[in-house]
Design a binder for this molecule. Structure first.
Ligand SMILES: C[S@@+](CC[C@H](N)C(=O)[O-])C[C@H]1O[C@@H](n2cnc3c(N)ncnc32)[C@H](O)[C@@H]1O
Ligand code: SF4
Ligand code: SF4
Length: 334
């Protein structure tokens, strides 16, 4: 996370949450909402799963809200969450992505972010002018490996790299490359980091998850730990590393951390809000309930309080928001 991504609404919710956490109030306010616009995808990445380690996103079928209903959902969310993060599946497969980004800006979400595999960015260039942050996934620079992992033709990598250059030209766009790492792509991840440094683009690293847990092949893996050390050292040199020091330290040894999932609520394309988190699969429908706070109450009534989990879910979106809420001094370790 970087200071650039902070907005007034976010700061307000953060200050409130620091107090709420101290006094033991479970009803923490969200920093950003992650909205899955679709579970359809034009790739079929071998590492991608829906958190259950059984289902692949592109294989999952799910009703998707119409543009009008998504707008209604966004309005409901805006009353509680200051920023929005569109993901999927591949969000660029929604023909109304531009309209939803424009609408999100109009109703005041800040930042508006889109997470994409990057293949279709050049086909819809206007989207880049209507979001604050674009997060593009890239895990290797080797065309053969890329094709094998996404299960699509090699030429996709060239297109994605061209699209990264297109995005770099947008002055008001914050661009981040998100790099999922598995035991078979440790060297690739380092190359992607060097590529980002050369291009002056933010680099974020994430250990591949299998279901709720990090890929076990990364546990006690010296090469993986060395890679994270290199990321830390590049960050210390002032390179654009998006992960905070805190999350890099946690993900290096898969240390236990306190998870506060209500800080980053996740919603599926049919309006379902996961309570307490996507990984536990329990949910209530926000569009039907019509109010975020009521939906959380309903979730708690049905599924109980947020559990104290074991050592799992080492994703930045869970580590960083919790760390800065529990101890605001962690903000200094961004
Ligand atoms: C599920 S994808 C959806 C957005 C878009 N299709 C993409 O790939 O960027 C969201 C993010 O999760 C990452 N991701 C996918 N599978 C993962 C896994 N098993 N563990 C950790 N991150 C994963 C992707 O690299 C991407 O940055
Ligand atoms: S592009 Fe994204 S959603 Fe599609 S399969 Fe790959 S990681 Fe999953
Ligand atoms: S660690 Fe957090 S995100 Fe993972 S299952 Fe537990 S509450 Fe959910």
């Amino acid at each position: 996370m970087q200071y650039k991504a902070l907005s007034l609404g976010l700061i307000k919710n953060h200050l409130t949450n620091v107090v709420k956490y101290k006094i033991g109030d479970e009803d923490l306010l969200p920093y950003f909402a992650t909205l899955y616009l679709t579970l359809r995808c034009n790739y079929a990445c071998t590492f991608c799963d829906d958190g259950s380690a059984k289902h692949k996103y592109p294989d999952l079928e799910m009703d998707e809200l119409s543009t009008g209903k998504f707008k209604k959902l966004l309005k409901i969310l805006k009353k509680s969450a200051p920023s929005i993060y569109f993901t999927g599946g591949e969000p660029y497969l929604r023909k109304d992505l531009l309209e939803l980004c424009k609408f999100s800006k109009k109703i005041g979400f800040k930042p508006v972010s889109v997470n994409t595999n990057g293949l279709l960015i050049g086909s819809y260039p206007e989207i880049m002018d209507n979001v604050d942050q674009l997060v593009i996934s890239l895990f290797t620079l080797d065309p053969k490996k890329y094709a094998k992992t996404i299960q699509k033709p090699e030429k996709c990598l060239e297109i994605v790299k061209k699209n990264i250059d297109l995005a770099r030209k947008k002055k008001n766009l914050m661009l981040t490359i998100n790099c999922v790492v598995t035991k078979d792509s440790l060297e690739d991840a380092e190359e992607v980091m060097d590529f980002c440094i050369k291009k002056n683009v933010n680099f974020a690293i994430v250990p591949a998850m299998v279901g709720c847990y990090p890929d076990k092949d990364l546990f006690h893996n010296k090469k993986y730990q060395n890679l994270i050390n290199k990321v830390i050292s590049k960050k210390k040199q002032g390179k654009l590393i998006f992960n905070s020091y805190k999350s890099l330290e946690v993900m290096k040894n898969f240390k236990k951390f306190t998870c506060l999932p209500l800080l980053t609520p996740h919603l599926y394309p049919n309006g379902d809000l996961f309570y307490p988190c996507q990984l536990l699969k329990t949910k209530v429908n926000l569009l039907e309930i019509g109010d975020y706070k009521k939906a959380i109450k309903e979730g708690r009534k049905k599924f109980g309080s947020v559990p104290k989990c074991d050592n799992r879910c080492h994703l930045s979106c869970y580590i960083e928001p919790g760390a800065m809420t529990i101890n605001p001094l962690n903000l200094l370790k961004l």
